[in-house]
Design a protein around this ligand. Structure first.
Ligand code: ADP
Ligand code: MG
Length: 257
């Protein structure tokens, strides 16, 4: 399909060079990221795995324009959508209403919004739940709505910050399948952040392993296992095990809490 063409034109969707981010902390500076360099090709699904506090969210926040680099640069080519651990839906709007709001912000005409929102909710398998409010949905369903809302933004790049970390194993497994399917269908570029090495190997074309604070790319693993991958497969476990060893090594090296 056209995905091959997109990959062959070598467009970088995300490029980060010598990125350093420091936050004021008491009288000193807390260096969250130091000299991060990475690139994500158009249509690629890249995972970043790192311990808690290694600057993963900071990286995504800089890419989303919510935080400024202290030094270096971070550039995203095209429109960005963000997804977090909490779905961050507006509680007074229905599932469809939340998606329609994203469409409205994109300037889609009122008369067209409902049909598009229903179609997007259909794509994340939420038929029959369009009129429910967030508190009437399970955690997994809320993340499905968040996915539909991200698709409604017609983004080129989807930045995902541990989006499935709060879900139970079975729901997470289903959402991995769902995300992989949507990624294939849309040709989206995805940068997916997680502290879970298995999840990173389950999803990523490549996995970038971060050091503990300050964060930078310590290691890159290309995952050549065929898709869809099973979280429980021995091949996946071997690769994830090596990554986890590296993360433990990193945490021991900087064991300041
Ligand atoms: P991760 O997402 O990998 O857990 P974060 O990017 O959230 O890591 O945080 C990296 C470090 O930067 C942490 O030590 C955190 O406390 C600090 N930090 C993150 N955001 C801010 C902020 N807005 N102000 C001050 N310190 C921050
Ligand atoms: Mg984080």
């Amino acid at each position: 399909m056209s995905k091959v063409l997109e990959l062959s034109d070598k467009g970088h969707s995300v490029s980060v060079e010598a990125l350093t981010v420091a936050y004021p902390h008491d009288d000193r500076l807390l260096i969250a990221l130091q000299g991060v360099a990475l690139e994500v090709q158009r249509g690629e699904l890249v995972c970043v795995v790192g311990a808690s506090g290694s600057g993963k969210s900071t990286l995504l926040n800089v890419l989303a324009g919510l935080e400024r680099p202290t030094r270096g640069r971070a550039h995203v080519h095209g429109h960005v959508a963000l997804m977090f651990q909490e779905a961050a839906l507006l509680p007074w709007l229905t599932a469809a209403g939340n998606v329609e709001l994203a469409l409205e912000l994109r300037g889609i005409k009122r008369s067209e919004r409902k049909a598009i929102a229903d179609e997007l909710l259909h794509r994340v398998h939420l038929d029959g739940f369009e009129r429910r409010r967030p508190h009437e949905l399970s955690g997994g369903m809320r993340q499905r709505v968040a996915l539909a809302r991200a698709l409604a933004q017609d983004a080129d790049v989807l930045l995902m910050d541990e989006p499935f970390a709060a879900l139970d194993a079975i729901t997470r497994d289903l959402l991995h399948q769902e995300l992989e399917r949507l990624w294939r269908e849309t040709g989206l570029t995805i940068l997916f952040v997680t502290h879970n090495a298995r999840e990173a190997v389950r999803l990523g074309d490549r996995v970038l392993v971060f050091t503990s604070r300050p964060g930078r790319v310590a290691h890159e693993v290309r995952v050549d296992l065929p898709r869809p991958r099973s979280l429980d497969s021995p091949e996946l476990a071997v690769i994830a095990g090596r990554i986890t060893d590296r993360l433990k090594h990193e945490m021991a090296r900087t064991s300041d809490g």
